[in-house]
Design a protein around this ligand. Structure first.
Ligand SMILES: [Zn+2]
Length: 385
């Protein structure tokens, strides 16, 4: 592969990672507002419930005053009734007593009703307060996760900046200015994969002779339509389906990479594990890594990339990958499309690395055949936050 082109692919990968990290960091104020709004809504419900209780209690006190008032009038009337001289006076007092009694009874009923209402309202306050406490816990956890992500994104930006200056140094200056020009005009994406005769970013079909040149990856070729610099990732030859019950035989020259990745909660704290073995089962090396917050599929691909990097760095020309992820295996064999935008760059990088190694085969194995990598991945997930 053309050295500039190879560096451009890396440069684009770094820029895209930085862009993604910056975008996520820029979203933080909005996420913070959403947390505040969540808490405000719960606090408002508590306040409204408390206001309803206070209102009910104040109404009850008014009725209690009415009861006291009529009690006073009744005892006055009863005293007067003892002193009356005429039948007419007696009947008039009796009428006053009856009226006061009716009024007092109505006020007492109101007091009783408010007491029952207060029980319901107190229970409603308790429920609203419990809801608020649980919201506070959720928001606290959300803020914690956001702070951890934030630190991760900032670390990514720092790492990318350091790696980027190395890559930039090794590029031919004209090629670098071409990259920067296209990147500025095209939303930060200056490098595109050409696949099936099409620029995968602008989706315009390339002229056949252009695509044929791109396929060789020996020259810097731009898309006629969007001007992006094109590269080609050869598809690995499909592997015949192995006997599902028994892992396939592997030639002696190859090493076998058992890979596994996972995320608790999907997405959640994620990690991967890789175990490299000789074809006879002798352990060569084991390693694992916590990768922070990610999905299961991203973790599986990160495991694959680590295995491919490992093999490439040690000059292996042949690698057999065993994974219990059917999706990853079928995508790497070219049988399944990679629809998820988050997986596409990982998949493209894996195909490129596999091509650089030379002969990489993929095999889907049952989880029981992948126990070591599973153990390593789980240990990595324990460390991920
Ligand atoms: Zn294009």
């Amino acid at each position: 592969m053309n050295a500039d082109l190879e560096h451009l692919i890396v440069l684009q990968r770094l820029d895209s990672a930085a862009q993604d990290a910056k975008r996520r960091l820029a979203e933080e104020p909005d996420r913070e507002h959403a947390f505040d709004a969540q808490l405000t809504a719960s606090r408002d419900i508590v306040a409204a419930a408390k206001a309803r209780l206070a209102e009910s209690q104040s109404v009850r006190r008014e009725h209690e005053k009415t009861v006291t008032l009529h009690q006073g009038r009744l005892s006055k009337f009863r005293e007067q009734a003892m002193a009356v001289k005429t039948n007419q006076e007696y009947h008039a007092i009796q009428k006053e007593i009856e009226f006061a009694q009716t009024e007092m009874k109505a006020a007492e009923d109101q007091v009783l009703e408010r007491m029952l209402e207060a029980d319901d309202l107190t229970a409603a306050i308790k429920r609203a307060e419990a809801e608020l406490a649980s919201e506070q816990k959720k928001v606290e956890a959300g803020r914690k996760a956001m702070a951890a992500e934030s630190a991760e994104f900032k670390a990514t930006l720092e790492r990318v900046a350091a790696e980027r200056s190395n890559v930039v140094r090794s590029l031919t200056p004209q090629v670098l200015s071409m990259f920067e020009l296209v990147s500025n005009r095209r939303n930060g994406i200056a490098v595109a994969e050409a696949r099936d005769g099409i620029c995968t970013i602008c989706h315009v079909r390339l002229r056949p002779q252009v695509f044929n040149t791109v396929r060789r990856n020996e020259e810097i070729i731009q898309c006629d339509s969007c001007n992006r610099i094109l590269y080609f990732v050869p598809t690995a030859a499909p592997v015949p389906a192995p006997d599902a019950a028994q892992p396939a035989q592997v030639t002696a020259a190859a090493v076998i990479a058992y890979i596994d990745g996972g995320a608790r909660g999907n997405p959640g704290p994620a990690g991967f594990g890789v175990r490299i073995e000789q074809p006879d089962g002798t352990l060569v090396e084991e390693f694992s890594e916590a990768i922070g917050h990610a999905t299961n599929n991203v973790a599986e691909y990160r495991g694959l990339l680590a295995a491919l990097d490992w093999a490439k760095a040690r000059g292996y020309r042949e690698l057999h990958v065993r994974s219990d992820s059917l999706l990853l295996v079928q995508q790497m064999r070219g049988n399944y499309k990679v629809k998820n935008a988050g997986l596409q760059p990982l998949h493209a990088k894996a195909r490129l690395l596999a091509h650089e190694i030379g002969h990489v085969t993929f095999e889907h194995v049952g989880r029981s055949f992948n126990a070591h990598a599973d153990r390593l991945a789980n240990a990595a997930m324990d460390q991920a936050k």
